[in-house]
Design a protein around this ligand. Structure first.
Ligand code: SAM
Ligand code: SF4
Length: 464
């Protein structure tokens, strides 16, 4: 079916002007940081000034403000998920990606449904409850039904203590009708990265296939939302164009969705280009983002869209993940494999999408974030209670969502501790649960305690 291709207007000239006007000015920067602490977001002029901050003192003030905002809104929760790469077949040629068509260095593979079930069981046995399904842009004979079948298989796979409770998907853009079918499969978030909002750069790095159509890709979220998917996740692949351009363009995309649908994206992902087999570009990205710039952009995003989740994958090293967790990241993947079948066949990296920065198991990641005082959350409550899209934001903005998130984080973390954690992780985890319970306001504490006790007594999947 053909569909009229809309676009999302990205105003390059306006962005260029904003970047030029953004100069570091201490009093203006402090004014913006004060405004940011009201947690109502920032405008494009504020962002252009913050992006120009370079002096160490002001940079530290920016980071401090982001840390405060993060703590105020998300507390110490951190949501964990596992990606599940079901297929690396691809008809596109994205020069940064190992899955690109015609890359002979990668063996092609689309998992059979038994294999999808098997990978799901391994992920479940680690203790995960959320999967992000990922696939290249070409499907085996069944076409898009292949993806629908994979989603059904994941939800249908059960183990003694586990089942996947939320499947998010990162697959090629669909038509409105196809998105409606995808919604019918009970997905959580539909995720798609624009890669770069800079049209000329986009055309240079996407050399073949449907993905060359910039407008088809940028308008994907319009079609998804039109089809009723109200949790969408956008993102930029940092390293292709000037990160400052991408940030301001991302804001224009968000403003467009807010104006048209009354709500912006549920999450923003911030991958940086990582070395990928058979991709020269990935070894020397055109405009690499330094570690300092990367931390800066996470901090600015946190202040600009305080209630939008920020996702970081295992592409980053544990050190970078530590720092950015405090600055704004709210979801991380853990124990990940980026090759189809990779959970079952640990050593086979020749079908991988890119080298991973963080090779630790879920238990190790949980132990690490717990030792830093974060509460790993496996919660999937909101989407199952239909607190999505605008309804979610309406609860998040006045701070009411904490009554759910804090409680469900403890009950799902306790499930992990009871059934999956190593003895050491369980010990520090149980101690953290007690500390967090005791710090809660009385009514929330009562509810959380009841759920934690229910889980310890053998209950499962309890949430508010
Ligand atoms: N094929 C779909 C697409 O392109 O949207 C979804 C799967 S694709 C594997 C998911 C994402 O991986 C892409 O959107 C891109 O941002 C990211 N990616 C590709 N190559 C990468 C690399 N070398 N380093 C980091 N991320 C990469
Ligand atoms: Fe295919 Fe997606 Fe990789 Fe591009 S980024 S080559 S579309 S898998």
């Amino acid at each position: 079916m053909t569909e009229e291709v809309m676009t999302v207007p990205i105003d390059n000239e306006r962005i260029a002007g904003l970047i030029q006007d953004g100069v570091e000015n201490a009093s203006r920067v402090r004014e913006i940081l004060d405004k940011a602490l009201q947690l109502k977001g920032l405008d494009e002029h504020d962002v252009s000034v913050l992006m120009a901050v370079n002096s160490p003192d002001l940079l530290e003030e920016l980071f401090d403000t982001a840390r405060k905002a993060k703590l105020e809104i998300y507390g110490r929760r951190i949501v964990l998920f596992a990606p599940l790469y079901v297929s690396n077949l691809c008809a596109n040629d994205c020069t940064y990606c190992a899955f690109r068509k015609g890359n002979p260095a990668v063996k092609r593979r689309a998992l059979r449904q038994e294999e999808v079930a098997n990978e799901t069981r391994i992920i479940l046995d680690q203790g995960h409850k959320r999967i992000l399904l990922v696939a290249g842009e070409a499907y085996p004979n069944e076409g898009l039904n292949y993806i629908f079948n994979c989603i059904d298989t994941i939800y249908a796979t059960k183990t003694e203590w586990g089942e996947i409770r939320r499947v998010n998907v990162n697959i090629a853009p669909l038509t409105v009708d196809e998105f409606k079918e995808l919604k019918g499969r009970k997905i959580g978030t539909y995720q798609l990265f624009q890669e770069t909002y800079h049209r000329d750069t986009y055309m240079k790095v996407h050399v073949a296939g449907k993905k060359r159509d910039f407008d088809w890709r940028i308008s994907a979220m319009d079609r998804a939302m039109e089809a009723g998917i109200d949790d969408v996740g956008i993102g930029v692949l940092f390293g292709l164009a000037d990160w400052r351009f991408e940030m301001l363009a991302l804001m224009q995309h968000i403003a467009h969705l807010e104006k048209k649908f009354g709500v912006g994206p549920h999450t923003i992902s911030v991958p940086r280009i990582e070395p990928a087999v058979g991709s020269d570009l990935s070894l020397s990205p055109p405009i690499p983002v330094t570690d300092t710039e990367f931390k800066k952009l996470v901090a600015i995003l946190r202040l600009t869209v305080p209630y939008t989740g920020i996702i970081m994958s295992t592409r980053e090293t544990p050190e970078m993940r530590h720092e950015t967790l405090a600055l704004g990241v709210s979801q991380i993947s853990a124990g990940s494999r980026t090759n189809p079948g990779g959970y079952n066949d640990n050593e086979q990296f020749d079908t991988s999408q890119f080298s991973l920065g963080d090779h630790r198991t879920l238990d190790e990641v949980v132990a690490d974030v717990t030792s830093m005082g974060y509460i790993p959350s496996f919660c999937t409550g909101c989407y199952r209670m239909k607190r999505t899209g605008k309804d979610f934001m309406d609860l998040a903005k006045p701070g009411l969502i904490k009554n759910y998130c804090d409680v469900n984080a403890l009950s799902t973390f306790t499930e992990f501790l009871e059934h999956y954690a190593s003895p050491g992780t369980k010990k520090t985890g149980d101690a953290l649960v007690e500390t967090v319970l005791n710090e809660m306001p009385p009514s929330r504490m009562k509810r959380a305690k009841a759920l934690v006790e229910e889980v310890r007594a053998g209950g499962r999947d309890v949430y508010v």
